[in-house]
Design a protein around this ligand. Structure first.
Ligand code: ZN
Length: 386
Protein backbone atom coordinates (compact mmCIF):
# COMPACT_ATOMS: atom_id res chain seq x y z
CA UNK A 1 0.00 0.00 0.00
CA UNK A 2 1.66 3.16 -1.21
CA UNK A 3 1.36 6.45 0.63
CA UNK A 4 0.51 8.95 -2.11
CA UNK A 5 0.46 12.10 0.01
CA UNK A 6 2.31 14.92 -1.75
CA UNK A 7 3.28 17.83 0.47
CA UNK A 8 3.44 20.19 -2.52
CA UNK A 9 -0.10 19.44 -3.60
CA UNK A 10 -1.41 19.82 -0.07
CA UNK A 11 0.27 23.14 0.61
CA UNK A 12 -2.04 26.05 1.32
CA UNK A 13 -5.27 24.04 1.11
CA UNK A 14 -8.10 25.01 3.45
CA UNK A 15 -9.78 22.32 5.54
CA UNK A 16 -12.42 21.39 2.98
CA UNK A 17 -9.95 21.39 0.08
CA UNK A 18 -7.66 19.21 2.16
CA UNK A 19 -10.61 16.88 2.78
CA UNK A 20 -11.16 16.65 -0.96
CA UNK A 21 -7.46 15.99 -1.55
CA UNK A 22 -6.96 13.06 0.82
CA UNK A 23 -10.40 11.62 -0.01
CA UNK A 24 -9.31 11.44 -3.63
CA UNK A 25 -6.07 9.75 -2.62
CA UNK A 26 -8.07 7.07 -0.81
CA UNK A 27 -10.53 6.80 -3.68
CA UNK A 28 -7.79 6.36 -6.27
CA UNK A 29 -6.80 2.99 -4.82
CA UNK A 30 -9.19 0.16 -5.66
CA UNK A 31 -7.70 -1.94 -2.87
CA UNK A 32 -9.18 0.62 -0.44
CA UNK A 33 -12.56 1.46 -1.93
CA UNK A 34 -14.52 0.44 -4.99
CA UNK A 35 -17.34 2.20 -6.80
CA UNK A 36 -18.88 4.48 -4.22
CA UNK A 37 -17.61 2.53 -1.21
CA UNK A 38 -16.13 4.20 1.86
CA UNK A 39 -16.69 7.69 3.18
CA UNK A 40 -14.80 10.59 4.74
CA UNK A 41 -15.59 13.76 6.66
CA UNK A 42 -14.19 16.93 8.15
CA UNK A 43 -15.55 18.96 11.05
CA UNK A 44 -15.49 22.72 10.58
CA UNK A 45 -16.92 24.80 13.42
CA UNK A 46 -20.21 23.16 14.34
CA UNK A 47 -20.72 21.45 10.98
CA UNK A 48 -19.81 18.00 9.74
CA UNK A 49 -18.93 17.94 6.05
CA UNK A 50 -19.50 14.30 5.23
CA UNK A 51 -19.45 12.49 1.90
CA UNK A 52 -22.80 12.82 0.22
CA UNK A 53 -24.49 9.77 -1.23
CA UNK A 54 -23.99 9.35 -4.94
CA UNK A 55 -20.41 10.64 -4.84
CA UNK A 56 -17.31 8.57 -5.38
CA UNK A 57 -14.26 9.25 -3.19
CA UNK A 58 -11.94 9.09 -6.20
CA UNK A 59 -13.62 11.99 -7.99
CA UNK A 60 -15.28 13.90 -5.16
CA UNK A 61 -15.43 17.71 -5.20
CA UNK A 62 -16.13 20.19 -2.40
CA UNK A 63 -19.84 20.12 -3.21
CA UNK A 64 -19.82 16.34 -2.71
CA UNK A 65 -19.53 16.94 1.03
CA UNK A 66 -22.84 17.56 2.77
CA UNK A 67 -22.69 20.31 5.42
CA UNK A 68 -24.66 18.85 8.33
CA UNK A 69 -25.26 20.25 11.82
CA UNK A 70 -23.23 18.17 14.28
CA UNK A 71 -25.58 18.78 17.14
CA UNK A 72 -28.57 17.45 15.22
CA UNK A 73 -26.65 14.32 14.17
CA UNK A 74 -25.48 13.58 17.71
CA UNK A 75 -29.00 14.10 19.04
CA UNK A 76 -30.10 11.11 16.94
CA UNK A 77 -28.04 8.86 19.20
CA UNK A 78 -30.69 9.42 21.86
CA UNK A 79 -33.05 7.19 19.91
CA UNK A 80 -33.08 3.55 20.92
CA UNK A 81 -34.23 2.57 17.48
CA UNK A 82 -34.50 4.43 14.24
CA UNK A 83 -35.50 2.97 10.91
CA UNK A 84 -33.05 3.70 8.16
CA UNK A 85 -35.47 5.82 6.19
CA UNK A 86 -36.22 7.88 9.31
CA UNK A 87 -32.52 8.34 9.85
CA UNK A 88 -32.08 9.52 6.28
CA UNK A 89 -34.94 11.98 6.73
CA UNK A 90 -33.53 13.41 9.97
CA UNK A 91 -30.06 13.63 8.48
CA UNK A 92 -31.47 15.55 5.56
CA UNK A 93 -33.23 17.93 7.93
CA UNK A 94 -29.88 18.53 9.61
CA UNK A 95 -28.36 19.85 6.38
CA UNK A 96 -27.69 23.57 6.33
CA UNK A 97 -28.04 23.57 2.57
CA UNK A 98 -31.05 21.62 1.32
CA UNK A 99 -29.59 21.42 -2.19
CA UNK A 100 -26.60 19.45 -0.86
CA UNK A 101 -26.58 15.67 -1.40
CA UNK A 102 -27.97 13.38 1.31
CA UNK A 103 -25.33 12.82 4.00
CA UNK A 104 -23.69 9.39 4.04
CA UNK A 105 -25.48 6.74 6.06
CA UNK A 106 -22.42 6.75 8.32
CA UNK A 107 -22.82 10.48 9.12
CA UNK A 108 -23.80 9.90 12.78
CA UNK A 109 -20.75 7.69 13.29
CA UNK A 110 -18.50 10.32 11.72
CA UNK A 111 -20.04 12.93 14.02
CA UNK A 112 -19.38 10.97 17.19
CA UNK A 113 -15.69 10.40 16.46
CA UNK A 114 -14.05 13.34 18.26
CA UNK A 115 -11.52 14.22 15.58
CA UNK A 116 -11.51 16.76 12.79
CA UNK A 117 -10.75 14.33 9.97
CA UNK A 118 -12.31 10.86 9.72
CA UNK A 119 -11.48 8.36 6.97
CA UNK A 120 -13.36 5.14 6.27
CA UNK A 121 -12.44 2.50 3.69
CA UNK A 122 -13.32 -1.10 2.89
CA UNK A 123 -9.65 -2.08 2.56
CA UNK A 124 -9.39 -5.48 0.87
CA UNK A 125 -6.44 -6.70 2.91
CA UNK A 126 -8.00 -6.02 6.31
CA UNK A 127 -11.42 -7.37 5.32
CA UNK A 128 -9.85 -10.48 3.75
CA UNK A 129 -8.21 -11.36 7.06
CA UNK A 130 -11.42 -10.65 8.96
CA UNK A 131 -13.41 -12.79 6.48
CA UNK A 132 -11.84 -16.05 7.60
CA UNK A 133 -12.69 -18.83 9.99
CA UNK A 134 -9.90 -17.61 12.30
CA UNK A 135 -10.61 -13.95 11.49
CA UNK A 136 -11.42 -12.83 15.01
CA UNK A 137 -8.16 -14.17 16.45
CA UNK A 138 -6.08 -12.97 13.50
CA UNK A 139 -7.44 -9.42 13.67
CA UNK A 140 -7.00 -9.39 17.44
CA UNK A 141 -3.37 -10.47 17.09
CA UNK A 142 -2.66 -7.87 14.40
CA UNK A 143 -4.59 -4.90 15.79
CA UNK A 144 -5.79 -5.75 19.27
CA UNK A 145 -3.67 -3.33 21.24
CA UNK A 146 -4.17 -0.02 19.50
CA UNK A 147 -7.48 -0.41 17.71
CA UNK A 148 -11.10 -0.68 18.66
CA UNK A 149 -12.32 -3.93 17.12
CA UNK A 150 -16.02 -3.91 16.32
CA UNK A 151 -18.06 -7.06 15.63
CA UNK A 152 -20.19 -7.07 12.48
CA UNK A 153 -23.45 -5.16 12.55
CA UNK A 154 -25.38 -3.51 9.74
CA UNK A 155 -23.94 -0.19 8.57
CA UNK A 156 -25.99 2.90 9.41
CA UNK A 157 -27.78 3.72 12.65
CA UNK A 158 -27.12 0.38 14.38
CA UNK A 159 -23.38 0.64 13.76
CA UNK A 160 -23.28 4.20 15.12
CA UNK A 161 -25.16 3.08 18.25
CA UNK A 162 -22.84 0.12 18.84
CA UNK A 163 -19.70 2.22 18.48
CA UNK A 164 -21.16 4.95 20.68
CA UNK A 165 -21.70 2.36 23.40
CA UNK A 166 -18.34 0.64 22.89
CA UNK A 167 -16.39 3.90 23.17
CA UNK A 168 -17.94 5.24 26.34
CA UNK A 169 -15.07 5.47 28.81
CA UNK A 170 -12.52 4.68 26.10
CA UNK A 171 -9.62 7.07 25.73
CA UNK A 172 -9.78 7.96 22.04
CA UNK A 173 -6.17 9.15 22.22
CA UNK A 174 -5.13 5.55 22.78
CA UNK A 175 -6.70 4.44 19.47
CA UNK A 176 -4.96 4.31 16.10
CA UNK A 177 -8.25 3.46 14.47
CA UNK A 178 -11.16 1.03 14.37
CA UNK A 179 -11.42 -2.30 12.61
CA UNK A 180 -14.99 -3.25 11.66
CA UNK A 181 -15.22 -6.99 11.17
CA UNK A 182 -16.30 -8.05 7.67
CA UNK A 183 -16.64 -4.39 6.71
CA UNK A 184 -13.63 -2.06 6.86
CA UNK A 185 -11.43 0.41 8.70
CA UNK A 186 -11.83 3.85 10.29
CA UNK A 187 -8.92 6.18 11.04
CA UNK A 188 -9.08 9.71 12.43
CA UNK A 189 -6.91 12.62 13.45
CA UNK A 190 -7.02 16.37 13.82
CA UNK A 191 -4.63 16.49 10.89
CA UNK A 192 -5.76 15.27 7.44
CA UNK A 193 -2.40 13.86 6.52
CA UNK A 194 -2.01 11.94 9.76
CA UNK A 195 -5.46 10.38 9.39
CA UNK A 196 -4.54 9.33 5.85
CA UNK A 197 -1.14 8.03 7.01
CA UNK A 198 -2.84 5.95 9.69
CA UNK A 199 -5.14 4.40 7.09
CA UNK A 200 -2.22 3.49 4.84
CA UNK A 201 -0.20 2.10 7.77
CA UNK A 202 -3.18 0.08 9.01
CA UNK A 203 -3.76 -1.50 5.62
CA UNK A 204 -0.04 -2.03 4.97
CA UNK A 205 0.11 -4.13 8.11
CA UNK A 206 -2.63 -6.44 6.78
CA UNK A 207 -1.00 -6.58 3.36
CA UNK A 208 2.32 -7.61 4.90
CA UNK A 209 0.52 -10.34 6.82
CA UNK A 210 -1.15 -11.62 3.65
CA UNK A 211 2.14 -11.52 1.74
CA UNK A 212 3.72 -13.66 4.42
CA UNK A 213 0.87 -16.12 4.93
CA UNK A 214 -1.42 -16.11 1.92
CA UNK A 215 0.48 -15.10 -1.16
CA UNK A 216 -1.15 -16.32 -4.34
CA UNK A 217 0.65 -17.98 -7.16
CA UNK A 218 -1.58 -18.71 -10.09
CA UNK A 219 -0.11 -22.15 -10.61
CA UNK A 220 -0.63 -23.55 -14.04
CA UNK A 221 -4.20 -24.74 -14.43
CA UNK A 222 -5.88 -26.78 -17.08
CA UNK A 223 -5.86 -25.04 -20.43
CA UNK A 224 -8.73 -22.81 -21.27
CA UNK A 225 -12.05 -24.37 -22.02
CA UNK A 226 -14.49 -22.70 -24.36
CA UNK A 227 -17.99 -21.39 -23.83
CA UNK A 228 -21.00 -20.35 -25.87
CA UNK A 229 -21.67 -16.73 -24.94
CA UNK A 230 -24.57 -16.38 -27.37
CA UNK A 231 -26.41 -19.23 -25.71
CA UNK A 232 -25.71 -17.78 -22.27
CA UNK A 233 -26.83 -14.32 -23.34
CA UNK A 234 -30.11 -15.70 -24.61
CA UNK A 235 -30.86 -17.68 -21.46
CA UNK A 236 -29.85 -14.87 -19.12
CA UNK A 237 -31.86 -12.26 -21.04
CA UNK A 238 -34.89 -14.47 -20.77
CA UNK A 239 -34.38 -14.95 -17.04
CA UNK A 240 -33.76 -11.25 -16.40
CA UNK A 241 -36.57 -10.06 -18.61
CA UNK A 242 -34.37 -7.67 -20.61
CA UNK A 243 -31.49 -7.81 -23.06
CA UNK A 244 -28.49 -8.34 -20.79
CA UNK A 245 -25.01 -6.96 -21.32
CA UNK A 246 -22.28 -9.54 -20.72
CA UNK A 247 -18.62 -9.06 -19.92
CA UNK A 248 -16.27 -12.02 -19.94
CA UNK A 249 -13.26 -11.88 -17.63
CA UNK A 250 -10.44 -14.20 -18.72
CA UNK A 251 -7.71 -12.58 -16.65
CA UNK A 252 -5.22 -15.00 -15.06
CA UNK A 253 -7.06 -14.53 -11.75
CA UNK A 254 -10.50 -15.23 -13.23
CA UNK A 255 -9.23 -18.22 -15.16
CA UNK A 256 -7.47 -19.59 -12.11
CA UNK A 257 -10.56 -19.07 -9.95
CA UNK A 258 -12.80 -20.74 -12.53
CA UNK A 259 -10.47 -23.71 -12.76
CA UNK A 260 -10.51 -24.73 -9.10
CA UNK A 261 -11.56 -28.23 -8.16
CA UNK A 262 -13.22 -27.10 -4.95
CA UNK A 263 -16.71 -25.93 -5.97
CA UNK A 264 -17.51 -24.68 -2.48
CA UNK A 265 -15.25 -21.69 -3.28
CA UNK A 266 -18.06 -20.32 -5.42
CA UNK A 267 -20.42 -20.18 -2.46
CA UNK A 268 -18.25 -18.25 -0.04
CA UNK A 269 -20.13 -14.97 -0.19
CA UNK A 270 -19.16 -11.33 -0.61
CA UNK A 271 -16.04 -9.37 0.35
CA UNK A 272 -17.69 -6.34 1.96
CA UNK A 273 -21.44 -6.24 2.67
CA UNK A 274 -22.58 -3.56 0.24
CA UNK A 275 -21.14 -5.50 -2.70
CA UNK A 276 -24.09 -7.82 -2.38
CA UNK A 277 -26.32 -5.20 -3.99
CA UNK A 278 -24.28 -5.48 -7.17
CA UNK A 279 -23.26 -9.10 -7.19
CA UNK A 280 -25.78 -11.03 -5.08
CA UNK A 281 -24.27 -13.43 -2.60
CA UNK A 282 -22.89 -16.00 -5.05
CA UNK A 283 -22.13 -16.41 -8.73
CA UNK A 284 -23.87 -19.02 -10.85
CA UNK A 285 -21.73 -21.87 -12.12
CA UNK A 286 -21.89 -22.75 -15.81
CA UNK A 287 -20.22 -25.89 -17.05
CA UNK A 288 -22.17 -28.48 -19.03
CA UNK A 289 -25.84 -27.69 -19.28
CA UNK A 290 -26.40 -23.95 -19.09
CA UNK A 291 -30.19 -24.07 -18.93
CA UNK A 292 -30.21 -26.57 -16.09
CA UNK A 293 -27.45 -24.75 -14.22
CA UNK A 294 -29.30 -21.46 -14.49
CA UNK A 295 -32.50 -23.09 -13.30
CA UNK A 296 -30.74 -24.52 -10.29
CA UNK A 297 -29.22 -21.11 -9.45
CA UNK A 298 -32.65 -19.50 -9.57
CA UNK A 299 -34.18 -22.24 -7.42
CA UNK A 300 -31.46 -21.77 -4.83
CA UNK A 301 -31.93 -18.02 -4.85
CA UNK A 302 -35.67 -18.34 -4.34
CA UNK A 303 -35.15 -20.78 -1.48
CA UNK A 304 -32.70 -18.33 0.14
CA UNK A 305 -35.23 -15.51 -0.28
CA UNK A 306 -38.07 -17.46 1.33
CA UNK A 307 -35.84 -18.60 4.20
CA UNK A 308 -35.39 -14.99 5.28
CA UNK A 309 -38.13 -12.81 3.81
CA UNK A 310 -40.84 -11.28 5.94
CA UNK A 311 -42.56 -8.71 3.75
CA UNK A 312 -39.84 -7.95 1.18
CA UNK A 313 -40.42 -8.12 -2.53
CA UNK A 314 -38.04 -10.52 -4.24
CA UNK A 315 -35.43 -9.08 -6.57
CA UNK A 316 -34.92 -10.77 -9.91
CA UNK A 317 -33.53 -14.19 -8.92
CA UNK A 318 -31.19 -14.59 -11.93
CA UNK A 319 -27.43 -14.24 -11.28
CA UNK A 320 -25.42 -11.02 -11.63
CA UNK A 321 -22.20 -12.90 -12.24
CA UNK A 322 -21.16 -16.42 -13.06
CA UNK A 323 -18.15 -18.70 -13.04
CA UNK A 324 -17.72 -20.48 -16.35
CA UNK A 325 -15.82 -23.62 -15.50
CA UNK A 326 -12.30 -23.59 -16.93
CA UNK A 327 -12.88 -20.30 -18.75
CA UNK A 328 -13.25 -17.32 -16.41
CA UNK A 329 -16.06 -15.23 -15.00
CA UNK A 330 -19.00 -13.48 -16.57
CA UNK A 331 -20.54 -10.22 -15.39
CA UNK A 332 -24.21 -9.83 -16.18
CA UNK A 333 -25.82 -6.40 -16.17
CA UNK A 334 -28.18 -3.93 -17.78
CA UNK A 335 -25.38 -2.19 -19.65
CA UNK A 336 -21.63 -2.09 -20.13
CA UNK A 337 -21.09 0.26 -17.22
CA UNK A 338 -22.82 -2.07 -14.82
CA UNK A 339 -20.92 -5.13 -16.02
CA UNK A 340 -17.63 -3.26 -15.56
CA UNK A 341 -18.55 -2.43 -11.95
CA UNK A 342 -19.48 -6.06 -11.31
CA UNK A 343 -16.22 -7.23 -12.88
CA UNK A 344 -14.17 -4.88 -10.68
CA UNK A 345 -15.96 -6.01 -7.53
CA UNK A 346 -15.81 -9.71 -8.31
CA UNK A 347 -12.12 -9.51 -9.21
CA UNK A 348 -11.40 -8.22 -5.70
CA UNK A 349 -13.74 -10.85 -4.25
CA UNK A 350 -12.02 -13.75 -6.04
CA UNK A 351 -8.61 -12.67 -4.77
CA UNK A 352 -9.94 -12.34 -1.22
CA UNK A 353 -11.56 -15.79 -1.34
CA UNK A 354 -8.40 -17.47 -2.62
CA UNK A 355 -6.28 -15.71 0.02
CA UNK A 356 -8.79 -16.40 2.77
CA UNK A 357 -8.63 -20.09 1.91
CA UNK A 358 -4.88 -19.99 2.50
CA UNK A 359 -5.53 -18.57 5.96
CA UNK A 360 -7.64 -21.57 6.92
CA UNK A 361 -10.92 -20.86 5.14
CA UNK A 362 -12.78 -17.85 3.77
CA UNK A 363 -15.91 -16.95 5.70
CA UNK A 364 -18.07 -13.97 4.80
CA UNK A 365 -21.04 -12.56 6.75
CA UNK A 366 -23.82 -15.05 7.51
CA UNK A 367 -26.69 -15.79 5.14
CA UNK A 368 -29.11 -13.87 7.38
CA UNK A 369 -26.81 -10.83 7.49
CA UNK A 370 -26.39 -11.04 3.73
CA UNK A 371 -30.13 -11.05 3.27
CA UNK A 372 -30.54 -8.07 5.60
CA UNK A 373 -28.05 -6.16 3.46
CA UNK A 374 -29.39 -7.26 0.10
CA UNK A 375 -32.93 -6.28 1.04
CA UNK A 376 -32.01 -3.19 3.04
CA UNK A 377 -34.42 -0.37 2.29
CA UNK A 378 -31.60 2.14 1.88
CA UNK A 379 -29.76 -0.03 -0.59
CA UNK A 380 -32.95 -0.46 -2.54
CA UNK A 381 -33.21 3.33 -2.64
CA UNK A 382 -29.59 3.66 -3.79
CA UNK A 383 -30.24 1.32 -6.69
CA UNK A 384 -33.24 3.36 -7.70
CA UNK A 385 -31.01 6.48 -7.61
CA UNK A 386 -32.98 8.16 -4.82
ZN1 ZN B 1 -18.48 1.16 5.01
Amino acid sequence: MKNLFDENKAEGLDDLAMRVYTSRLLGSDQDLVLHGGGNTSVKIDDLLYVKGSGWDLGSIEKEGFSPTRMEALLALLEYKRLSDSEMVRYQKEALVDQSAPNPSIEAILHALIPYKFVDHTHADAVVTISNTVEGKALIEALYGEEYLIVPYVMPGFVLAKVIDEMTRGVDWESLEGMILHHHGVFTFDHDARRSYDKMIDTVAKAEAYLDAHASLSMEAVAKEASCDLDALGKLLSEAKGYEVALRLNRSPLAHYFASQEDMTLYHKGVLTPEHIIRTKRFPALFDQNYAKELESYIENYEAYFFRHATDEVMLNPAPNWAVIKGVGTLSIGKNEKETKIIEDITSHTMKAILQGEKLGGYQSISEADSFAMEYWELEQMKLKGK
